[in-house]
Design a protein around this ligand. Structure first.
Ligand SMILES: [Zn+2]
Ligand SMILES: [Zn+2]
Length: 66
């Protein structure tokens, strides 16, 4: 489970860094974000006309509220 080649990632939002957990990216801006700053969101897919669940960062979530 311990991969020495795994490089540490850093949350673009809060600066949290880790090399022991898997990095996750925001579905919208594709920036690496820690689990504390990722949240699920419903988005309308304009191509299919259906709502889909995406994982977005706190920064993108704020923009959606505006
Ligand atoms: Zn964070
Ligand atoms: Zn984002």
């Amino acid at each position: 489970m311990n991969d020495p080649d795994r490089s540490p990632w850093i949350c673009h939002y809060c600066g949290y860094t880790s090399s022991t957990t898997e990095s996750r990216a925001c579905d919208q801006c594709y920036k690496i974000t820690c689990s504390a700053h990722l949240q699920r969101s419903m988005r309308l897919n304009k191509n299919s006309g259906l709502y889909e669940i995406t994982t977005i960062c706190a920064e993108c979530a704020l923009e959606e509220l505006l």
